[in-house]
Design a protein around this ligand. Structure first.
Ligand code: AGP
Length: 616
């Protein structure tokens, strides 16, 4: 959460930083701020609300200068006010700072700094860190020492507990910047005569595709021509320069109204990208390049553990179903946030997986670290190349779906479902899944993009249904087996973007409590595939109908519902079990999206949310 950008170069800093902040806005949009260093002073502009608000303000009084920092905030400590917006400037006016993370011991540090005569304008932990750096900077006051800022930041960070990605400037050293990270992402962009530091590559790719992913505990001193990375203990770090493969246009809206809409419609191509080159030559199984575990070692695994948060956890739950069903192996799933504190007993020969679109979710990262600490091998299913989770995992599978900007995850989710299904196939083929079954399974997975394309053709019909239901305040999503997690996902999607209270349940569980909610005011969305339990689901629908609950049925082709049972019906193509959750996800996403649009909600930036949750 929070997006940060720092720029040192020869071009005007403010427009570049604002552009970068717009691309990072999905990380937080409570307030925005910029500090430009020019003529020996910081010129700071900050404002609650979106980047566009600040841009308007700056438009009236342009900030000239070629060195600067900017921030888009997701509030943690201190309310959403102009004063709490970043950048913060130390009370002696020497240091300016932007920060993503939480300084946990800020209250104790603040007391010490108040005793030293520092004053505070905000309620934030960040201003405390800023003054702490100023305190050390002042004590290091050796004229002409170009490493004074670096030394001050290093010393201050030794006293700071918590998480941070920070960029710091000093009035005395225009053209220099210091950045460091612990638990929050930070990436260095190496340009021609300019250097950039930002929370993620989307703020950088407009200028350069050469990036260095900083690691926890590293600190970088940068100027427009050079950069030098060391650890907090002053050990030099040899940087690895990576090339970003995606283009700036991948993160632009094009003809769509919202990123969520764009990303829903990108799913056929996203699925093609996620499966490309990942089937064996004989067409009977999946193959993955980056697992870093041999088939022989894999064969020795006796169970699997999956940890993730939110939508990614729902993808894990579907994967659990697929591995149990097709590979006949035990799988456990847990919320990453719970796993890290539960001290769960893990079996020997367990292979641990984490799933995360961003690769920066702090709870998922903590689960990964906890599993590694216990000596388990951890693999990651992750979209963002070079993310912290990708780097700390022992191996893994990239989703390859390009940047996902909408806060509500869609294409990342269905690609996680695909990869989970491929993993089940891979494991299944090592065990009892026959060659023929493998071939049919592969053919089914290959058909997924087209099945999704066909389903997307129903968007206008789903929009009409969504308009009918947009005024409700409560909704249930009900599914069974592999579609139970899709019901959970439907409820999550709806509540996060439309603010309608929604719950997901296994359809049969509905009788054990949630049915008390049912009335003409609470519609239920049923996910109904062909197969042996269709009659059971129909019985659950009858129970809802008997209590006057409106019913939306999402059925696969061939399912015949008793006349009048569903108020509205959406039909998706019938398909292989391994693909069913992917196909069923599409109408669920569209329904939520169009309901949110009909309610006039800010779909891509829902209130209180941020795309990647990098604080506990
Ligand atoms: C999804 O719509 C949500 N924005 C959220 O639940 C998200 O999936 C969760 O925070 C995990 O994010 P990650 O995949 O980046 O780890």
């Amino acid at each position: 959460m929070c997006g940060i950008v720092g720029y040192v170069g020869k071009q005007p800093a403010a427009p570049f930083i604002l552009e970068g902040l717009k691309r990072l806005e999905y990380r937080g949009y409570d307030s925005t701020g910029v500090a430009i260093l020019a003529d020996g002073a910081f010129r700071v502009a900050k404002k609650i609300g979106r980047v566009a608000n600040l841009e308007k303000e700056i438009g009236r009084q342009p900030l000239a200068g070629t060195y600067g920092i900017g921030h888009t905030r997701w509030a943690t400590h201190g309310g959403v006010t102009d004063a709490n917006a970043h950048p913060h400037v130390s009370s002696d006016g020497k240091i300016a700072l932007i920060h993503n993370g939480v300084i946990e011991n800020y209250a104790a540090l603040k007391q010490v700094l108040l005793g030293q005569g520092f004053t505070f304008k905000s309620e934030t932990d960040t201003e405390v860190l800023c003054n702490l750096i100023a305190y050390h900077y002042d004590r290091l006051s050796v004229a002409g020492d170009e490493n004074r800022l670096l030394a001050a930041v290093r010393q201050a960070l030794r006293h700071a507990e918590g998480t941070y990605g920070i960029v710091v400037m000093s009035v005395d050293f225009p053209g220099e910047m210091v950045a460091s990270r612990k638990g929050s992402p930070l990436i260095l962009g190496l340009g021609e005569g300019e250097n950039i530091v930002a929370s993620d590559v989307s703020a950088i790719v407009a200028r350069t595709q050469s990036v260095v992913y900083l690691k926890d505990g590293e600190i970088v001193h940068l100027t427009e021509k050079n950069f030098r990375i060391t650890t907090l203990d002053q050990v030099a770090v040899a940087p690895t320069v990576d090339k970003v493969t995606w283009k700036i246009t991948d993160a632009e809206l094009g003809d769509y109204t919202h990123f969520m809409e764009k990303e829903i419609f990108e799913q056929p191509v996203a699925l093609e990208n996620a499966m490309r080159g990942r089937f064996s030559e004989d067409g009977s199984t999946a193959q993955f390049g980056g697992l870093n575990i041999t088939p022989h070692e894999f064969r020795g695994i006796e169970r699997f553990m999956f940890c993730a948060c939110g939508t990614a956890l729902h993808a894990c739950m579907v994967t659990e179903h697929m591995i149990e069903r097709f590979a006949r192996m035990p799988v456990e799933c847990d919320y990453a946030s719970e796993f890290r504190y539960r001290n769960t007993p893990l079996y020997r020969n367990t292979l641990f997986f984490v799933m995360s679109q961003s690769g920066e979710t702090i709870d998922t990262l903590a689960a990964l670290r906890e599993a590694k600490r216990k000596g388990y091998q951890v693999l990651a299913i992750n979209n963002v190349v070079g993310s912290t989770i990708a780097r700390e995992a022992d191996g893994g599978i990239y989703q390859h779906v390009g940047p996902e900007i909408g806060v509500a995850s869609t294409k990342a989710f269905t690609s996680q479902l695909l990869i989970g299904a491929m993993l089940a196939l891979y494991i299944g083929r090592m065990r009892d899944l026959s060659f023929g079954a493998g071939v049919r399974y592969v053919a089914a997975l290959k058909s997924a993009p087209d099945l999704v394309r066909q389903t997307l053709l129903q968007a206008p019909a789903i929009r009409a249904i969504a308009r009918k239901y947009a005024h409700y305040t409560d909704m249930l999503f009900l599914g069974r087996l592999s579609l139970f997690p899709i019901a959970l996902e439907g409820a999550l999607k709806l509540k996060e973007i439309s603010y309608i209270h929604a719950e997901g349940y296994p359809a049969a569980e509905m009788k054990h409590g949630p049915i008390a909610l049912i009335s003409e005011k609470c519609p239920s969305v049923f996910l109904v595939p062909q197969g042996e339990i269709v009659n059971k689901i129909v019985s659950s629908m009858q129970e809802i109908k008997a209590r006057k609950g409106p019913v939306i049925a999402i059925i696969t082709e061939g399912v015949e519902l008793p006349a009048g049972l569903a108020d509205d019906t959406i039909v998706v193509p019938d398909c292989h079990e391994a693909v069913l959750p992917i196909v069923m996800s599409v109408p669920v996403q569209l329904l939520s999206y169009y309901i949110a649009v009909a309610r006039g909600c800010d779909v891509d930036k829902p209130r209180n949310l941020a795309k990647s949750v990098t604080v506990e």
